[in-house]
Write a protein that binds this ligand. Structure first.
Ligand code: HEM
Length: 428
């Protein structure tokens, strides 16, 4: 679906600030009111070292994605942007009409925000007027913003009278091995995933949408994500906070999206083309991980750190061979290595779309780094996530270094057509 308008470009690998010549230079142009272009030119600086393979990755702050459409919402198949602010909400109203109005108002606002526009006056004409838009994204441009809306299990419970139109497979997630869930970081009736190339643009979107929800829904938990830990089609693979490339083997092709991501079942018509979002806040025991020898870290993941190659191969995109053995007869990839337990070859062909981000909450009460992975996955059946996490939670070598502390599930309806709003068919 992506409708990009490309103008000026910012290289992710190196930013040289100098004269505004095409070969390098930074120019910030801010004229022209809401949505004015931020123009950045930059030259690539090849690192030459690990990961410095000379590929240029372009970040375009004027990129716009369309909110309206005939297929899925933006922010799922969209090549992952660099930042994400994720928030869940509890519904404070039990009236279906209130939810309907909120989804209609959110739809209109998100369409504006994704164009890089404000959602109302920043400086009202009346001296005692309260601003409709909080203003911190003025002049920052669209920055590739996408806002993806999800509906939690309670929306389809008895309270709202909407149970008849429940997505066929919607339910709470099962309890899973190794769950260490904190109720304050778990659940929610609505979710917003705002991703953008500028963190302030993503934050502004969430802040202003949360403001609009007042009276109908209240914030529950939130995570600020950075350094996308997944790769879309044509993107280089980023690294998670464990230092490993994340997203090497992920869903990329249309066929796989059809088979594993988009809902196409006997459920209600309005749910077709939607998907289920699973979110997990996964804390990393960073100090312990950093104290481990790299050879053991490689064994835990099943890949090497610099190249990201499976331990049975030499290049990042080599297909892992889970039967390969070393000269002493031991498997090259341990059967309980993360990739061995998660790979489709060992799970009856099962795949999920991962679209995760790194996060940090600063320091914990002991002065240790408090950080991890905001794991986000999309699948057309929540059981697919459960199948993988049941295996990982039971025996993944990674478990020594991580804890799943937050969790939620949402149904993500398809995008509305122009003139309509999200999940309109739910209220028909
Ligand atoms: C902090 C937690 C996690 C970390 C650090 C992590 C890290 C990684 C890394 C480094 C890879 C290899 C590169 C790649 O193919 O993308 C990978 C692969 C994968 N991970 Fe995770 N992961 C985490 C949690 C999870 C969870 C919760 C699931 C699903 C329940 C999952 C499912 C997968 C899958 C399906 C693959 C691809 C395996 C393959 O086909 O080879 N991961 N992960």
């Amino acid at each position: 679906m992506a409708e990009e308008e490309r103008h000026d470009r910012l290289s992710r690998r190196g930013l040289i600030i100098g004269s505004a010549a095409a070969a390098g230079g930074l120019v910030v142009g801010a004229a022209g009111g809401a949505g004015a272009a931020v123009s950045i030119h930059a030259a690539r600086e090849s690192t030459g070292g690990a990961g410095g393979d000379g590929d240029e990755e372009v970040v375009d702050l004027t990129t716009q994605h369309a909110f309206y459409g005939s297929a899925e919402q933006a922010g799922i198949r969209t090549p992952p942007q660099r930042y994400c602010v994720y928030m869940t909400f509890d519904l404070s109203s039990t009236l279906a009409g209130d939810l309907q109005v909120l989804l209609a108002r959110w739809s209109g606002a998100i369409a504006q925000l994704m164009k890089g526009k404000s959602i109302g006056q920043v400086e009202p004409a009346r001296a005692d007027g309260v601003a409709l838009d909080t203003g911190e994204a003025l002049d920052l441009g669209p920055a590739g913003l996408t806002v993806t809306v999800g509906l939690g299990p309670k929306v389809f419970g008895d309270e709202f009278g909407l149970a008849e139109r429940k997505p066929a497979l919607m339910r709470e997630l099962k309890a899973l091995p190794s769950d260490a869930l904190d109720p304050a970081l778990t659940g929610g009736d609505l979710s917003l995933q705002a991703c953008a190339e500028d963190p302030q643009v993503a934050y502004h979107a969430i802040r202003d949408l949360a403001r609009m929800a007042k009276g109908t829904a209240a914030t529950r938990w939130t995570v600020m994500g950075f350094g996308r830990a997944s790769a879309g089609k044509g993107q280089t693979t980023p690294r998670n906070l464990m230092g490993y490339k994340d997203g090497t083997r992920n869903i990329r092709d249309d066929d796989e999206y059809r088979k594993f991501v988009w809902v196409d079942d006997d459920g209600p018509a309005w749910t077709q083309g939607g998907t289920y979002q699973v979110v997990r806040k996964i804390q990393m025991n960073i100090e312990n991980w950093d104290a481990d020898r790299v050879s053991d870290q490689n064994r835990v993941i099943g890949r090497d750190k610099s190249e990201g190659a499976p331990l049975s191969g030499t290049k990042e995109f080599d297909t892992p061979d889970f039967t390969a053995t070393a000269s002493d007869g031991s498997p090259k990839i341990a059967p309980t290595a993360h990739i061995a337990l998660a790979a489709h070859e060992n799970n009856g062909g099962l795949k999920i779309l991962r679209r995760s981000y790194n996060y940090t909450d600063g320091l914990n009460q002991y002065g240790l780094l408090d950080a991890g992975l905001l794991f986000l996955s999309y699948q057309n059946d929540p059981a697919h996530f459960e199948t993988l996490q049941a295996r990982l939670g039971a025996s993944d070598l990674l478990n020594e270094y991580i804890s799943h502390i937050g969790s939620a599930i949402f149904f993500v309806p398809p995008a509305p057509r122009e003139g309509h709003y999200l999940a309109e068919g739910l209220f028909a």
